[in-house]
Write a protein that binds this ligand. Structure first.
Ligand SMILES: Cc1cc2nc3c(=O)[nH]c(=O)nc-3n(C[C@H](O)[C@H](O)[C@H](O)COP(=O)(O)OP(=O)(O)OC[C@H]3O[C@@H](n4cnc5c(N)ncnc54)[C@H](O)[C@@H]3O)c2cc1C
Ligand code: SF4
Length: 329
């Protein structure tokens, strides 16, 4: 491990100032991802700013009747929170499908959004990896790529984003609230937060250096039913091969609202609004859901070892939609 210095920030202003004064500094929250990467030499921040003591642990209702989740709320607290369980059950389901009980007790909302890919080659400093060491190549293309992405990839990187929570947040139209040292507060959708790899897979999000995530804001309770369905190699303690977060509202026998996001298949939680539009105004049926699943994967590209994900995504999505609309009126 490289040497680094450590500062425990007492409040937000102190954390932001410390980040501004220390080029290359990184915030550390639960540490469940960043410390692992530092131990392996994949990440080498010269300074760590511990934000664990900051006042960002509340889950509160917003004036618009949505919910504001502090950046340091743990995955365990969030999954169990009554507002989340009642209004956004798919978020609770996604959180409980992730990691293990011990990890969820440490993992935070912001840290979960910014956790890095689980690509095996990224974790192995001996392998070429454009995300870890720009310009060195991608060992996963032509290598072992069973867990890699089928959508949104580039010739430079085919890694997936590993978060379950982020997939749920994307289906729920969450916005990420941040603060900069000059006091500027910004809100971004997840679409605006994450970047696709293109030619620069090492740049994964649009946050500026030293920009602090303070909260995630969910809009008011969406109508209809919600579900998070995760397919993985083991029943627990495993990342998604494919996951689907879906919410559907059926009125008078027709689909009135639909949102779907996908995990394990792309470098960011994936959403396909054109496919959602295909559902609106239609009567739920297996044939409709198969058509929509086909549309979601129409541009999917396998890399040999992960070709199976295309069929798996189609089937998981169609099953999830059937499940949500089976008895719906
Ligand atoms: C064995 C194992 C299994 C796992 N399985 C799953 C799984 O199935 N599903 C899943 O979704 N996840 C899984 N995880 C990942 C786990 O959920 C993440 O490690 C965790 O959510 C990261 O949160 P953290 O608070 O520990 O982040 P940290 O490790 O503290 O930080 C992660 C990143 O976020 C940045 N950061 C943290 N907070 C802020 C902030 N407020 N503002 C700006 N930047 C910030 C840090 O600088 C760092 O870059 C697993 C992890 C392990 C080790
Ligand atoms: S898929 Fe991305 S993270 Fe994995 S080796 Fe290739 S460049 Fe690195």
């Amino acid at each position: 491990m490289m040497p680094f210095d450590y500062l425990r920030a007492g409040n937000e202003a102190e954390a932001l100032q410390a980040a501004a004064d220390r080029p290359g500094a990184r915030f550390i929250a639960g540490g469940t991802n960043l410390l692992d990467l530092m131990k392996l030499g994949v990440e080498r921040p010269p300074h760590l700013i511990d934000i664990g003591g900051l006042d960002m642990r509340a889950v509160t209702k917003t004036s618009e009747d949505g919910v504001r989740i502090g950046a340091l709320v743990t995955n365990a607290e969030l999954a169990a929170h009554p507002l989340v369980r009642e209004r956004y059950p798919l978020l609770s389901q996604a959180l409980l499908a992730g990691a293990s009980g011990q990890l969820r007790n440490k993992a935070t909302t912001a840290g979960n959004l910014l956790q890095r890919t689980r690509c095996y080659y990224f974790y192995d400093p001996a392998s070429p990896c454009n995300k870890r060491d720009p310009g060195t190549g991608c060992a996963a293309i032509g290598g072992v790529n069973r867990i890699m992405a089928i959508l949104g990839t580039s010739a430079h990187c085919i890694a997936t984003h590993p978060s379950d929570m982020a997939v749920a947040m994307r289906a729920l139209d969450a916005q990420v609230e941040t603060r900069r040292r000059d006091g500027q507060v910004e809100r971004r959708t997840l679409d605006e937060l994450y970047r696709l790899p293109g030619e620069t897979p090492h740049i994964e999000h649009t946050l500026a250096m030293g920009e602090l995530i303070t909260a995630v804001v969910l809009p008011p309770l969406p109508k209809g039913r919600q579900r998070y369905r995760k397919v993985r190699d083991r029943a627990s303690y495993a990342f998604a091969l494919v996951s689907v977060a879906a919410r559907i509202a059926v009125e008078d026998g027709k689909i009135a609202q639909a949102a779907m996001a996908f995990g394990g298949v792309a470098p960011m939680p994936w959403r396909d609004r054109a496919a959602e539009a295909l559902l609106i105004g239609q009567t739920p049926s297996q044939a409709l859901f198969d058509r929509v699943a086909e549309a979601v994967t129409s541009e999917a590209q396998g890399h040999g070892g992960n070709d199976f994900k295309i069929t798996l995504l189609r089937r998981t999505l169609a099953a999830c939609l059937m499940d949500l609309t089976g008895n719906a009126q």
